[in-house]
Design a protein around this ligand. Structure first.
Ligand code: BGC
Length: 461
């Protein structure tokens, strides 16, 4: 039985599956902590007397913390290992979740959420990186995307928690504090998983690298893979941060940064954070809008599962291109819906359909493919720093788009706002078609070799 499920069901891959799921708990926290705040804010604002500025910082503090966390993790993942960096993120997650739950003032809450952001930024890329370095090429697309599945499940659970705790006293403290549970799970889980063979080889710990590979690869493949890693390490030598921007890694960096920025510029987080608001623009009552927004969260999870099943079969590029075309069409529809009163009157369901098409298209393409490809395209000696740069760019773009969304709606109007996003979606399709390579079925070392040999990147599988 070919494909992700068939390959995973066999022997050593179950070990890879287990450690990938543990590493992906970081993704769950990323999703939960970014998703929970919109609901919690409704109760925090009156209780802690938070004005508009304080509210923006309660939301934005996490995003800015994530930028700093990503940069720090770029060093830590090499210096103390991927495994211990994720362990540290788990500790910070747990402490900051408890800190947020007990905050007595907006100042304390902003500090706790910013510290939480450090962990979110760290885990957001060290999780996919850890999984990519552990996994055999044939199932790497699926296992790395467990992380995206956990992100989307975290967002969904955050919606559910916000919904379920509606009438409970002190509810926002529970909403924020509950994040400590997966935080503890991550801490314990990371104690139980091994280092990645790539990091061990970088540290000259070949015997340990062999032991890890032996658990996840057929006996005949271990030596070949170790030789490949050894050979890229020999040709690469030691590199510095400025080498990330040098000519050797430029093609890969353009791909990584393009994916990072376009992932946010198409407006995904305005849909994630503001879908209830967007739905109230259609005339829906706030309560039904929240319920309908839940269907957006569920669709996001379901289509991420579909992506996991397809990424190693049809490849990254096809899903990326189809997904980005699909979300651009959905954005054009959403703009038309707000531009044409007749349409609103005769087809009031169209807004929800457009939002669902948008999120489904994002979930099969740009959502998982960005995190997957930045784990694949960079040379080993630059991987952690280059991934940190792309991740920081992603969080900065996330912050700017979320921050300016309501202002953009105010200045340009609803139809134009969605058409601007659609235009950016079209640009993204062109960029992906021209620049993004296919990485399916190739080892990280082969990808590195191909990119080195063809600096503009081969698009062939
Ligand atoms: C993005 C997040 C987004 C999430 C939605 C992730 O890949 O990086 O910004 O909120 O997908 O599913």
């Amino acid at each position: 039985m070919p494909g992700f499920l068939g390959t995973v069901a066999s022997g050593g891959n179950r070990f890879v599956l287990r450690i990938s799921l543990v590493a992906a708990i970081g993704g769950f926290l990323f999703g939960y902590d970014t998703g929970v705040i919109s609901g919690a804010l409704l109760y925090i604002a009156p209780q802690l007397h938070a004005g508009t500025l304080a509210q923006s910082w309660i939301v934005g503090g996490l995003l800015l913390g994530a930028v700093v966390g990503a940069c720090l993790a770029g060093y830590l993942a090499d210096a103390i290992s991927r495994k211990w960096t994720k362990f540290a993120a788990g500790v910070v997650y747990t402490l900051a979740a408890v800190g947020s739950a007990f905050a007595q003032s907006t100042g304390e809450l902003i500090i706790a959420r910013t510290v939480l952001g450090l962990a979110v930024g760290t885990a957001s890329f060290v999780a996919p990186m850890y999984i990519a370095e552990q996994t055999p090429p044939r199932i790497r697309g699926g296992t790395v995307s467990f992380n995206q599945l956990m992100i989307t499940s975290g967002i969904l659970l955050a919606y559910v928690a916000d919904f379920a705790l509606k009438g409970v006293a002190g509810n926002w403290r529970w909403m924020l504090g509950l994040g400590a549970v997966p935080g503890v799970a991550l801490v314990i889980g990371m104690l139980l998983v091994p280092h990645t063979p790539r990091w061990l080889m970088q540290r000259d710990r070949g015997a340990e690298a062999r032991a890890v590979l032996t658990r996840s690869r057929p006996a005949g493949q271990v030596d070949g893979e170790l030789d490949e890693i050894r050979s890229v390490l020999r040709t690469e030598g030691r590199r510095r941060l400025r080498d990330v921007f040098g000519s050797g890694a430029r093609a890969a960096l353009v791909v990584g940064l393009g994916l990072a920025v376009f992932q946010q510029l198409v407006g995904v987080n305005t849909v994630i954070y503001f879908s209830p608001t967007i739905l109230t623009y259609t005339g829906l009552h706030a309560n039904s809008a929240v319920t309908e927004a839940l269907t957006v969260g569920i669709t996001n999870v379901v289509f991420t599962v579909i992506a996991i099943l397809l990424l190693d079969r049809v490849g990254r590029r096809v899903l990326l291109l189809i997904g980005t075309v699909g979300l651009s069409v959905a954005l054009v529809l959403l703009g038309l819906f707000f531009a044409l009163p007749d349409l609103r009157q005769h087809a009031p369901w169209l807004a929800l359909v457009a939002l669902l098409v948008f999120i489904a298209s994002f979930a099969i393409g740009l959502g998982p493919v960005f995190w997957l490809m930045i784990s694949e395209v960079f040379p080993l000696s630059l991987r952690s720093r280059a991934m940190a740069v792309c991740t920081a760019a992603n969080w900065i773009a996330n912050f700017l788009v979320s921050y300016f969304f309501l202002q953009l709606i105010g200045a340009a109007g609803r139809p134009a706002t969605f058409w601007i996003y659609a235009g950016l979606g079209v640009l993204a399709v062109v960029f992906f078609a021209v620049r993004v390579p296919e990485t399916k079925d190739r080892s990280l070392e082969q990808i590195e070799h191909d990119i080195g040999a063809h600096p503009r990147l081969s698009r062939a599988a």
